[in-house]
Design a protein around this ligand. Structure first.
Ligand SMILES: Cc1cc2nc3c(=O)[nH]c(=O)nc-3n(C[C@H](O)[C@H](O)[C@H](O)COP(=O)(O)O)c2cc1C
Length: 235
């Protein structure tokens, strides 16, 4: 369901139409709502880059101030692929390891300034390498407010947010899920951090936030817990 239509700019409306947002319809209680989520096909990820993994590791540094410049859709695609992209289509295995290949992580992009898509909240669908629109409208300030007002979240062109469905892991590993899921988000976030570094983008990982408030901003399902925020932008 797409909310916040009133806050869209003219350009955003055009873009929303471009990416295939469904027509508005009226619900039983008379409030406007959309009946169909938009999906946005991401450009395929590149499998080669200009710097080595050693160089990316040595250059990785937390950056908390960003230029007011846009990221390209290819850069966003690359970052999301690094987080959870499929690297073995036959078996459905991903860029980051997962206990028992049960994949409890979900990845959101809180987009503020990415060429080709409207500001809004999107969920990464790794199997099809697509974005599903959760809501339209710039949610960065709201997200920052849920994270003790950390300014980097508002300045970033995009904030990548991880949630997890612990139950996917716990059904096999019981209480070990309390350990395994945070380990997995660390793997995934480090992939994104190194990918951002390789793209010469600034990033910082953030754990200081109220998870219930972040979940409210994301409108995430009740079984997902918010775990990590990574603001990313041009240095
Ligand atoms: C679990 C975790 C939570 C963190 N939370 C925040 C945060 O909320 N805000 C922030 O600005 N930095 C946060 N950081 C980043 C650290 O402050 C940073 O990694 C540290 O100062 C070392 O700097 P470096 O990343 O440049 O090596 C966090 C790092 C980790 C690993």
């Amino acid at each position: 369901m797409i909310r916040g239509f009133a806050r869209l700019t003219f350009n955003s409306v055009l873009m929303a139409v471009f990416v295939g947002v469904s027509a508005m319809s009226s619900s039983a209680n008379g409030q406007d709502k959309t009946t169909q989520a938009a999906t946005i096909k991401l450009p395929p990820p590149r499998l080669t880059g200009s710097i080595s993994v050693e160089e990316a590791i040595s250059k990785r540094r937390s950056v908390r101030q960003f230029k007011d410049s846009s990221l390209s859709l290819s850069e966003l695609s690359q970052l999301l692929w690094a987080a959870q992209g499929i690297t073995d289509t036959a078996r459905g295995l991903r860029t980051a390891p997962s206990a028992g290949a049960l994949y409890p992580l979900e990845v959101y992009a809180v987009v503020g300034n990415v060429t080709g898509i409207a500001p809004g909240i999107y969920k990464y669908k790794c199997r099809t390498h697509e974005l599903e629109t959760i809501s339209l409208g710039d949610a960065r300030k709201e997200l920052a407010a849920a994270a003790l007002g950390q300014e980097a979240i508002t300045q970033a062109a995009v904030d990548i947010v991880w949630t997890a469905v612990y139950e996917r892991c716990a059904k096999k590993y019981q209480e070990r899920a309390e350990l395994y899921v945070p380990i997995e988000v660390g793997h995934s976030a480090e992939n994104v951090f190194l990918q951002a570094t390789a793209l010469n983008l600034g990033a910082v990982v953030m754990g200081a936030f109220y998870e219930d408030k972040v979940q409210t901003v994301l409108k995430s399902p009740k079984d997902e817990r918010a775990l990590y925020i990574v603001p990313i932008g041009k240095k």
